[in-house]
Design a protein. Structure first.
Lengths: 225, 313
């Protein structure tokens, strides 16, 4: 569908989708934990705006509840909790990346192309004007996964995981005007619990191995050989 | 035939106005930093003074060293002549497209780096190596931004691009937003502005462009500096006319042309202000962070192209 034939709010949703993809790339490029968390909050904010716009475009006002949940959880609560955690664990800066950063960026670009081709047949099934963004939300999920596997520190991995959840939520909003309310509330609650559990886990991991570097969980002995 | 006359007149005006653009940015920057600053027409005096002075050549200088200023200057003028300034109805537009424009810039840079290495001083070689490193990263990003534009209007010709963009209904194109951001980042790197290079300093360890032209003097230096100012004006024109294409005359009616000339001058002055403010609030980056900066430019241009394919068609 040509973008010029869409209405202005729909064009804004598409632009927001592109910005969400950019924020995923920025998450991948961040080298400091606090800016990583800020970028994550920015991604949540973009998804909030997109959801509110979708609610008004489609006239499905139950989406506003999901939007409010997103605003509360992804923009304020989870980033706030993570910030609190990195202050209490005293790790402000360090994000160790496995592999060459430029190669990872190129790999992420390849993932976007891959999700475009995967989403092509799905796009034909949807009748929504924003169906083109399905590929983008899939790419956000895959890039979230890439963040999880390319980072050593547990906090960065949690941010990647949450960004995957962002992608799934965005996919639901743009392809079917959101999931049923029960499912959405359930997911929101799950995410909430996950963050609290992750917080507890961080302390346990650090108490056990003296660091948040998850690579060291692979070692069989406690003594370095 | 009148078209060619207009094209020549337009290029001539841009070449003459280029020092004013550089002086304007410099003057604004000084005012923003609470300094009095040289008047905006100071670059004209500098060029005049340099052109009156004798040329001092190093013993080891080869003919390339003497040829380079003329080649760099004329190639930059050729590049300028392909950019629509006040009108899109120019016959030269059919001769060169954006890829040729990037080629002209690359040719100029090639001779600039050769000239830097020619005399054999340490600074010249260092500057050339840095210039080429940055160029090799900036060029793919620049081309990618241009390709996104080209895919949007199905033409690599700058006149067609600007003409089509100006005539369209107002539509929010994600791809154009991203490629414009990429284009701006590349333009700042290519013209040697902060945060990549500082045009105002001769500090040995950080300079790039200044290191290359360190051995030049007299009229050679004047031409090299004029070419650098032209390059700044060229990229400014590209940015203002591609991102804000409204106001460029679509016909050759004198009234429209005069209005377009006024509008493009206003746009350039505003862009100069933006440039001066961004240079005042930023510090120069370490050289080894330049690849990250240009990587961001490349990713932005790439995202522009992908969002064109995914979202817009």
């Amino acid at each position: 569908m040509l973008i010029a034939s869409l209405s202005l709010p729909e064009q804004v949703v598409l632009t927001l989708a592109a910005l969400i993809l950019l924020s995923s790339f920025l998450l991948l490029a961040q080298v400091r934990l606090d800016s990583l968390i800020n970028t994550f909050a920015l991604q949540g904010l973009l998804i909030f705006f997109a959801t509110v716009l979708m609610a008004f475009i489609a006239g499905k006002y139950h989406l506003l509840i999901s939007a409010a949940l997103t605003l509360f959880l992804k923009v304020f609560f989870i980033p706030g909790q993570l910030r609190l955690l990195i202050i209490r664990l005293n790790i402000r800066r360090e994000v160790e990346v496995i592999g060459n950063p430029s190669l990872i960026m190129l790999f992420a670009a390849a993932l976007v192309l891959f999700s475009y081709y995967v989403a092509l047949p799905i796009r034909e099934l949807s009748l929504l004007s924003t169906r083109n963004t399905i590929a983008i939300s899939l790419a956000v999920v895959l890039i979230g996964m890439l963040i999880v596997i390319s980072r050593r520190k547990a906090v960065a991995q949690v941010v990647g995981f949450m960004s995957m959840e962002n992608g799934l939520f965005f996919a639901a909003v743009v392809s079917t005007y959101g999931m049923p309310m029960v499912v959405e509330l359930g997911i929101a609650f799950d995410v909430l619990v996950a963050v609290i559990l992750f917080g507890v886990f961080f302390f346990h991991i650090r108490a056990e191995i003296g660091s948040l570097d998850t690579d060291r969980l692979n070692h069989l002995t406690e003594v370095e050989k | 035939m009148t078209g060619f006359l207009w094209a020549i007149a337009q290029t001539f005006c841009v070449v003459l106005a280029a020092p004013l653009m550089a002086g304007w940015v410099k003057w604004l920057k000084c005012r923003l930093q609470n300094r009095k600053g040289p008047p905006p027409w100071q670059p004209y005096r500098d060029l005049l003074r340099l052109s009156r002075k004798h040329v001092v050549l190093a013993d080891t200088a080869s003919p390339i060293f003497r040829m380079a200023p003329y080649i760099v200057f004329s190639v930059t003028i050729l590049a300028v002549s392909t950019v629509p300034v006040i009108t899109v109805q120019l016959p030269v537009a059919a001769l060169a497209d954006v890829i040729a424009l990037v080629g002209f810039l690359a040719l100029g840079r090639f001779f600039l780096s050769l000239a830097g290495m020619d005399v054999g001083t340490a600074f010249g070689g260092m500057g050339s190596s840095r210039e080429v490193t940055i160029a090799s990263l900036a060029e793919p990003a620049l081309l990618m931004a241009f390709f996104t534009l080209a895919m949007n209007v199905s033409s690599t010709n700058l006149s067609t691009v600007i003409c089509q963009l100006a005539q369209r209904d107002i539509t929010l194109y994600p791809s154009l937003i991203f490629s414009s951001m990429g284009l701006i980042l590349v333009a700042i790197a290519e013209t040697g502005r902060i945060p990549i290079d500082n045009p105002a300093t001769h500090l040995e360890l950080t300079m790039i462009h200044e290191a290359i032209i360190l051995e030049y003097s007299g009229r050679h230096l004047a031409l090299m500096e004029w070419a650098a100012m032209l390059k700044l004006t060229l990229f400014s024109l590209l940015i203002v006319n591609v991102i804000v294409p409204w106001g460029v005359a679509l016909t050759l009616v004198p009234g429209d042309l005069a209005l377009a000339a006024l509008i493009v001058t206003g746009k350039l002055l505003v862009w100069g202000m933006i440039l001066a403010v961004s240079e005042t609030i930023q510090a120069k980056m370490r050289l080894f962070r330049a690849p990250q900066y240009l990587g961001l430019a490349f990713i932005l241009s790439l995202l522009g192209m992908m969002s064109h394919i995914i979202l817009e068609v």
